[in-house]
Design a protein around this ligand. Structure first.
Ligand code: AMP
Length: 755
């Protein structure tokens, strides 16, 4: 599978050249023997610059064995190097009177050595890299034209361990000009992600991933050990962990910057802040320190001291007191650090008539979110749901938001993308959900409930709430912008384009977000690829937290006999049967999401009806492994689909399992022997036409391509090749693979097929 460029945007491969004959000024000084074989010549390139190259053309005599050997090429620490050769090769048929011994290929070898001055290497000591032939276009289309065409071929050698190596070219009777040779290796370039810096890293040998630990940028510290993997082709994959800014610093793109702040510490769940000015807005940020170190900061909490206090106290020097309580059962907590920033802003409204006690109550209710071992607070536990919004979501002034374009439709109105520029913060891209006009009070509450839930979370795999606009219309929820939209659509669009490690990286992210939610005792109930969002770095984040969500919003949700509305295909049997929604039922849904990811957005249980799905699951049927699915991943899915919920793995275990697989990609090599024929709707699979077959493998869109190309009977497709598929217009690599693999199943399962 090839890696697409969205791997880690802007952080892809850089190449380091070890040798480039194009830039050599004098003789290359390579060894050529016998003397009448390869000869060094100067040729002009298209810009009339002289270039050194070698040629040989002893096509009239048989038994040629001409060797050309480079100087020692130091490998510079690289385990895998790439060799790019440009050459022309004469077509034997275009040379008049040549004997049948004329060749159209040559061989390339290497020999590893610590000695840079070897004057002789025995032929038998070389290791063959490949036989090199001119590309198809030369041999197929240029035969009649006798055109000499420049060919470019790239090969690589892996697992190098000595100081350097020699390359050799063996001619056995062809007419070749070796125009240029470039030897290089690939590096994953220096990258900063999640406040961690990853050094530029030489790629590993073979297809091995190199695990790289990131170091936190200045003024930040580890939240979860930052790691990334440098892939064999020089791209960074699977970012894990992150750093967070130290107290008093705030994140600004790739670094942490200072503020005007004061740090306060407490071991208690409540803190009284003294010495504040009346009628002034203060911004608090809170984070926990446990045995495991500092957590990350929660969102900003703006509190204002009242003018009333100032009047009541009478003495402007008398200080005002705020009491801030900290939510959650914090067992591990050793002490809290609260940063507060004097914003200097005087509030736009005066709570002149407010009872001082009421004022204090408001602050005591001002629950502050803490990372780590916290419990999610359901907005319904608030008597006044608006208070939940105030506690967990920051009010944003609408003038700070610029709406740019519509990107989707939500239950309550449009979803747009745009920019948010808060004072003294950098501008960021955001998604803006707005509540359509004419809403009822209940709809407003339900709409904003998503913000009061989302605002309690702070995790790299959970969609981040930036704030809400509630003081003017339309009411809006502002979240971070996820460039690649929802995961199901994204996967369908990029069918077959990711490496299995990238897919596992996506699953790992989702599992990590779900672990965080389950640790907070939050049950999602509607975990599905359509409710995961993907950013430009391929980071997947769990979204969709509204209270009415499962009941109203999800088009997949269907009414059950007990009246509730449930997305049947994604939901555990006990949740369907008696609404037992738990983190273990979320684990079941997670298994379905894994299946969606590996199958690039295929619909779980295909076109089976909801009733048939419920029945099949009850009878023990489970989704088969999708095409190209590693056995270990399918096993993990099956574990998530254990009937007894206590036997399903916990999200923490799932994260650990996926981490192990990422560290040891060989474990992903064994593929499950599944086939599309395991669809339980067609236990005795039989198709009799190409159209039926294409429908059965969900490739029905190519019926016309097949019939126009003359593939009208099933036996005619048994030997179809990738090349023919491209020619007939099946250009997506994933679709080509799916079709070829289904053809192989046709071979294997010939007895079921009525040809
Ligand atoms: P929702 O109402 O949350 O289901 O959102 C509807 C659609 O809007 C989603 O399916 C996405 O395509 C898009 N969307 C929602 N939130 C975001 C976001 N933060 N970034 C990008 N697209 C989003």
């Amino acid at each position: 599978m090839k890696t697409i460029n969205t791997a880690i945007e802007g952080k892809r491969c850089s190449a380091v050249t070890l040798l480039d004959t194009m830039s050599a000024l004098g003789d290359l000084g390579w060894e050529a023997y016998p003397a009448e074989g390869w000869e060094e010549i100067s040729v002009m390139d298209e810009r009339n610059t002289p270039m050194r190259s070698y040629q040989v053309c002893n096509v009239m005599e048989a038994n040629q064995n001409n060797w050309l050997r480079t100087r020692h090429i130091p490998r510079d620490g690289a385990q895998r190097v790439y060799i790019e050769i440009k050459f022309t090769l004469r077509d034997c048929n275009s040379l008049p009177g040549v004997p049948g011994t004329c060749k159209e290929t040559f061989n390339m070898y290497y020999y590893e050595s610590n000695n840079a001055n070897l004057w002789f290497i025995k032929e038998s000591q070389y290791i063959k890299i490949d036989t090199i032939a001119a590309d198809e276009s030369f041999t197929q289309t240029d035969v009649g034209d006798r055109v000499m065409k420049l060919n470019t071929e790239v090969r690589d050698i892996s697992n190098l361990s000595k100081k350097g190596f020699y390359l050799a070219f063996q001619d056995v009777g062809a007419c070749i000009a070796l125009v240029s040779l470039r030897v290089f290796y690939k590096k994953c370039p220096l990258a900063v992600l999640n406040l961690a810096q990853f050094p530029d890293t030489v790629t590993g040998g073979d297809s091995a991933l190199v695990e790289v630990r990131g170091s936190c940028v200045n003024d930040s510290e580890e939240f979860e050990a930052p790691r990334m993997y440098c892939s064999g082709d020089g791209g960074w994959l699977v970012p894990i962990g992150r750093c967070v800014c130290k107290p008093g610093f705030e994140e600004n793109k790739d670094y942490c910057q200072h503020q005007n702040y004061t740090v306060l510490k407490t071991k208690a769940h409540m803190m009284t802040v003294e010495g504040l000015k009346p009628g002034t807005t203060y911004v608090f940020r809170v984070r926990a320190r446990t045995d495991g170190g500092y957590g990350s900061y929660g969102g900003e909490i703006e509190l204002e001291t009242s003018h009333e206090d100032m009047l009541a106290i009478g003495d402007p020097n008398q200080s005002t007191i705020l009491a801030v309580s900290i939510a959650g059962g914090i067992v591990l907590l050793i002490f809290l650090v609260a940063c507060f920033v004097v914003s200097g802003r005087h509030c736009g409204y005066i709570k002149a008539k407010q009872d001082p006690d009421e004022e204090k109550m408001q602050f005591q209710n001002g629950r502050v979110k803490l990372p780590g071992s916290r419990t999610y607070i359901h907005p319904h536990t608030y008597e006044d749901p608006n208070q939940a919004v105030r506690d967990f979501a920051k009010e944003i002034d609408a003038s700070n938001i610029r709406i740019e374009r519509v990107i989707g439709a939500g239950e309550f109105g449009e979803v747009c993308s745009g920019r948010l520029k808060l004072p003294s913060k950098r501008e960021i891209y955001v998604a803006i959900k707005s509540l359509k006009a004419g809403y009822s009070e209940k709809q407003r509450r339900d709409f904003l409930s998503e913000a009061s839930i989302m605002g309690q979370f702070d995790h790299p795999n959970i969609i981040r709430l930036e704030g809400v606009v509630t003081r003017c219309k339309p009411v809006m929820i502002i979240t971070e912008y996820m460039e690649n939209g929802s995961l199901d659509t994204f996967l369908k669009k990029h069918d077959g384009q990711f490496t299995v490690i990238q897919l596992v990286g996506m699953m790992r992210g989702i599992a990590s977000g779900m672990k965080y939610l389950s640790d907070m005792s939050y049950v999602h109930r509607d975990l599905a690829a359509r409710n995961i969002l993907v950013n430009s770095n391929l980071v997947c984040k769990v979204s969709d937290f509204g209270l009415s969500r499962v009941l109203e919003d999800d088009p997949e949700a269907a009414y059950t006999t007990r009246g509730g509305k449930i997305p049947i295909r994604w939901t555990a049997p006990e949740a369907i049967a008696y609404r037992k929604f738990t983190s273990a039922s979320d684990v079941w849904s997670y298994g379905i999401v894994m299946w969606e990811v590996i199958s690039y957005g295929e619909r779980p249980y295909w076109e089976m009806s909801n009733q048939d799905v419920i029945k099949a699951i009850d009878e023990g049927y489970r989704l088969p492994a999708p095409m190209d699915c590693p056995v270990v991943l399918h096993q993990l899915m099956l574990d998530c689909w254990e009937k007894t919920r206590s036997e399903r793995p916990k999200f923490g275990q799932i994260v650990n399992t996926l981490d192990k697989l990422i560290r040891n990609p060989n474990s992903l090599k064994e593929l499950a022997n599944s086939s599309v024929w395991e669809d339980p709707t067609t236990p005795e699979f039989s198709v009799s036409t190409v159209d039926e077959w294409l429908d059965a493998i969900s490739m029905g869109q190519y019926k016309d391509n097949f019939s126009s190309a003359g593939y009208v009977s099933l036996d005619s497709i048994l030997y179809i090749s990738l090349c023919e598929l491209s020619k007939m217009g099946v250009t997506l690599v994933g679709h080509q693979k799916k079709i070829v693999s289904a053809v192989q199943s046709l071979h294997a399962q010939g007895t079921h097929v009525q040809v």
